[in-house]
Design a protein around this ligand. Structure first.
Ligand code: ATP
Length: 460
């Protein structure tokens, strides 16, 4: 993280078409955001890089895309209908709801959502003098209550009563992987140990969605579940932690902005749990990705609740067992925010401050911008179009940019993170060379049109 604040990131994201507030023309909706033309490119590039890491670069992983809606018993089996709750307290003056564990953490008191209502109430009471309503400053709150985060719907229910037989939106995307474990084993060459990867939507009735796309009510999670024989978890778990940290660094995140943190308080079935934390602007180090050693809990629960035997028989030893699971889970919004923040760079060119996104070519939303030097000279425009079409065929995400003068175009492309700007001028018409301007160095080189593709390289 540079010294950039979250406000500056939010402002660039809006100004340059990365992220817009959801339902903005109606005044917005808490915890909802829309990804704009450049945001969706960065988001998709991150998803592609993540998918490549697991599904294409390994031979022990299989991809999946499961339905959002699931038989409601799934959420009973997983424990979400009873245990998926965050502690809430309400300001007695303005009714603002605060998330008790996060507010306690903010003032340096160790707390988390896995503590009981009574434990949290005690900590809350002990620290009342330091806690105040983030909206009105009042210090008087109602009691601490656990609030279930599952979002209910009436999908397929025509009784008119949402509570009669609610069908839930997924509280986490990974449940679809457990439900399809047997299908994948039965229909692919998968043999334990193997993994399933999925990017899917999740919904949480977060008490206080805040900090831009860090905490939203609709989110997308990139999950891997690695199925292993019982008790063979320790070494593999360490390897997964290392691999995930290495991946972020390989993708361009500065190592000093990443750290691993172990959970103090484990859910009863977990053997271990760590978070990869990123040093988010204004927020400091906070959870980016969770890495969980879940033992046999998930497949045992679904076997019990569904009545379907989800045990696995080893084809060589004939040993039958319920597989243990090692999980990685990262919110795509948090990943997006980490990459956007890490790429945000300010330097000085000829005494003038410049902001640019130092994104690698394969993540950059636009790979190349093509401009005619002057947009009112048809011969320049025609030649620039020719170059544009050629580059678009090769790189896909190529932008035609003839708006404003060259300086303005460069500034715009720098803030989008476009690695190269190609300008067609009068010399191009005689010697078939163009100017290529490099985003990071701002150096300009003259390059033959026929050499352009080779010089700009191919996006991974
Ligand atoms: P937190 O403690 O921040 O609420 P969590 O421990 O509940 O997160 P998990 O249930 O482990 O999170 O979810 C896995 C990942 O999904 C997290 O590491 C995070 O990247 C992402 N995530 C979870 N909740 C949200 C949310 N409300 N908005 C955006 N991303 C989220």
């Amino acid at each position: 993280m540079s010294d950039v604040s979250l406000d500056e990131i939010v402002s660039l994201a809006k100004r340059r078409g990365f992220v817009y507030p959801g339902s903005e023309i109606y005044g917005g909706m808490a915890g909802m955001y829309d990804y704009g033309p450049y945001g969706v490119e960065l988001l998709n590039n991150l998803k592609k890089a993540w998918w490549k890491e697991f599904v294409y670069d390994r031979d022990d992983f299989y991809g999946l895309d499961s339905a959002i809606f699931k038989e409601p018993k799934v959420w009973e089996a997983s424990g979400h209908t009873t245990g998926f709750a965050d502690p809430l307290a309400e300001c007695k003056k303005c009714n603002t709801r605060i998330r008790v564990d996060k507010e306690l953490e903010r003032i340096g008191v160790k707390a988390d959502e896995k503590m009981s209502e009574a434990e949290l109430q005690k900590l809350f009471d002990e620290n009342r003098d330091k806690l105040k309503c983030p909206k009105c400053g009042n210090k008087d709150f109602g009691p601490v209550r656990m609030f279930n985060l599952l979002v209910k719907t009436n999908m397929g229910d025509f009784t008119g009563d949402i509570n009669a037989a609610p069908v839930y939106l997924p509280g986490e995307a990974c449940q679809g992987i457990y439900l399809n474990f047997k299908n994948v084993v039965d229909t692919t060459p998968a043999k334990i140990p193997f993994g399933i990867a999925q990017i899917g939507k999740a919904f949480r009735n977060e008490i206080s969605p805040r900090n831009f796309i860090f905490r939203t009510r609709e989110l997308e999670q990139a999950d891997t579940q690695y199925f292993i024989p019982p008790h063979q978890n320790k070494e593999r778990y360490e390897q997964i932690k290392k691999d995930r940290m290495d991946w972020y660094v390989k993708m361009g995140i500065r190592p000093e902005n990443l750290r691993l943190k172990q959970h103090d308080n484990l859910v009863f079935y977990a053997a271990d749990a760590w978070d990869i934390e990123y040093n988010f602007p204004s927020l400091g180090f906070d959870e980016l990705e969770g890495i969980h050693d879940r033992t046999d809990y998930d497949l045992t629960q679904h076997s019990k609740f569904s009545g379907t035997d989800l045990s696995y028989t080893d084809p060589t030893t004939n040993e039958k067992y319920i597989p243990w699971i090692l999980e990685t889970s990262v919110g795509m919004g948090r990943m997006f925010l980490a990459f956007l923040s890490d790429a945000y760079t300010v330097d000085e060119i000829n005494g003038e401050k410049r902001t640019y996104l130092k994104l690698p070519m394969h993540l950059a939303p636009v790979k190349v911008a093509v401009s005619p030097l002057l947009k009112n000279k048809p011969e320049l425009v025609a030649k620039a179009r020719e170059v544009y079409v050629m580059l678009k065929k090769e790189f896909g995400a190529v932008m035609w940019d003839d708006n404003g003068n060259i300086g303005k175009r460069y500034r715009r492309q720098d803030e989008i993170g476009t690695p190269y700007c190609v300008t067609i001028d009068f010399d191009t018409l005689t010697d078939n060379t163009v100017t290529v301007r490099d985003r990071d160095t701002t150096e300009q080189k003259r390059v033959k049109v026929e050499d352009l593709v080779g010089i700009l390289g191919s996006p991974v």
